[in-house]
Ligand binder design. Structure first.
Ligand SMILES: CSC[C@H]1O[C@@H](n2cnc3c(O)ncnc32)[C@H](O)[C@@H]1O
Ligand SMILES: [Zn+2]
Length: 442
């Protein structure tokens, strides 16, 4: 007697991302109702299960979908608008004026779709977003079947979405309530940075997040300039956030390129999650996150691309490679962030950072079927001594063949199943023309 399941995937390799750092050969995954029901040797799977959809993935590797733990999805429409600039010049003289002129619900819908198309095609199945109109971003991700943490933006000054921090907090609570039954979407507070949000709203966020258990994501210690400016007022930002009661296991600190011993011990003591965005830090010359030191101190470090205007792509395989290589350069130790650790940062650690580790981030029985299939047959991946090494140190994003989120196939043979890519590219080109012409909506 065989058990009937929705899908059965037979793979040459499976990298589940587990404690044992397993690499399974000739194993299969049984999927039912969007979840992983079983992982077992293929000969046993053929005896035990029959499936509505059965696929044999010769020369392919199955692994958890990647988790992009920090970004600004709709900024894909600003890709290449302002390059080769330091953070504050880039933000104040180029990005914030462009956002004031062009960001609208339609901009966010189209830009988020463009980002999701790019992320899915390169193997990301879950992303964290911090941008204006988070209600629209949540709806867009959910409609396309993508998993996301949506961080509602909170800044002291007027933005396209809220007139001040108080309104941002109020609207964030509404978005949280509206999305609470959506299995694909989780909502977080997104206070932008210590230099754009004052003490009063931060205290408010600290108390609400504790009560409602809503995560908080924030750019923190991104540059030496940020920390030096804060020190002029007598306190480093991490120390200030600690005093305001914001630091805790639900706090996601993005960047942290500047950490002294006191900062580090606060992050450790409060079990703060760190989100490392190496390519954005390199491009904006922001500094280097001491990843090796953080991991050795027991801090959960996840990976993010940041927005496409500061990266300039949303390729998490590339980010993994950069993270593994940069960690070695920064620590002066070639054994820092070995391949499997980089893989964990882009999957299981990402899920842990976003509080989604019971749902996604690894291939485990009972978790959602958020899975990607990688073509390992190309010349640049031969020979395969160690599949994990190929995944991190060679060019892999273009080898993503299939993608499933919650058991639903969103990419088949490299083609998006839910998105009309030609129509989407046409919309992106139209936005590009409008923005180039400086033709704002008001
Ligand atoms: C709160 S909405 C997001 C806000 O952040 C801006 N942004 C994009 N990238 C960065 C970065 O690396 N550091 C700081 N702020 C960034 C984005 O343009 C929006 O205004
Ligand atoms: Zn960012």
């Amino acid at each position: 007697m065989t058990s009937q399941v929705d899908s059965l995937l037979h793979a040459r390799w499976i990298v589940p991302v587990d404690e044992a750092q397993s690499v399974l050969e000739y194993h299969s995954i049984a999927i039912d109702q969007g979840k992983i029901l079983d992982i077992l040797p293929t000969d046993q799977a053929r005896e035990r299960y029959s499936a509505k959809h059965e696929q044999t993935l010769d020369d392919q590797l199955l692994m958890p979908g990647l988790i992009n733990a920090h970004g600004h999805a709709a900024m894909s429409l600003f890709r290449g608008l302002a390059d080769d600039l330091a953070l504050m010049t880039w933000l104040q003289e180029h990005i914030w004026p462009a956002e004031a002129a062009f960001v609208s619900p339609e901009f966010v819908r189209d830009g988020t779709q463009l980002a999701i198309a790019e992320m899915l095609k390169s193997g990301t199945t879950c992303f964290s977003d911090m941008y204006f109109y988070p209600d629209i971003a949540a709806e867009t991700a959910s409609d396309l079947g993508m998993r996301a943490q949506i961080c509602c933006p909170i800044l002291d000054f007027p933005t396209p979405w809220a007139k001040d921090a108080d309104e941002g907090i109020h609207k964030a609570i509404e978005v949280h309530a509206a999305q609470r039954h959506n299995a694909l979407i989780s909502i977080a507070f997104g206070p932008h940075a210590p230099y754009t949000v004052s003490d009063e709203p931060l205290r408010k966020i600290a108390s609400i997040q504790e009560e409602l258990q809503i995560p908080v994501q924030m750019h923190v210690h991104e540059t030496a300039f940020e920390v030096a400016e804060a020190e002029k007022n007598g306190q480093r930002p991490i120390s200030r956030l600690s005093q305001l009661g914001l630091l805790g296991p639900n706090f996601q600190a993005v960047h942290t390129t500047q950490l002294n011993e006191e900062d580090l011990s606060l992050l450790v003591r409060h079990n703060v999650k760190v989100i490392h965005c190496p390519e954005s830090n390199l491009k904006l010359a922001s500094g280097f996150c001491p990843v090796d030191k953080l991991i050795k101190s027991g801090v959960t470090v996840a990976l993010g691309t940041d927005g496409a205007a500061s990266n300039n792509d949303l390729d998490m395989f590339g980010e993994m490679q950069t993270a593994a290589q940069l960690a070695k350069a920064v620590s002066g130790d070639a054994s820092s962030v070995p391949a499997y650790e980089a893989l964990k940062m882009a999957s299981l650690k990402g899920a842990e950072a976003l509080g989604l580790e019971k749902i996604t981030g690894s291939l485990e029985i009972g978790k959602a079927a958020d899975i990607i299939a990688i073509d390992m047959s190309q010349p640049e991946t031969q020979p395969v001594y160690n599949p994990t090494s190929q995944l991190v140190y060679t060019r892999m994003a273009d080898k993503v063949k299939h993608v499933w989120v919650n058991g639903k196939m969103l990419v088949r043979d490299g083609i998006l199943t839910q998105i009309d890519i030609e129509k989407l590219k046409q919309k992106a080109r139209q936005w590009g023309e409008k923005i180039r012409a400086g033709d704002s909506h008001d």
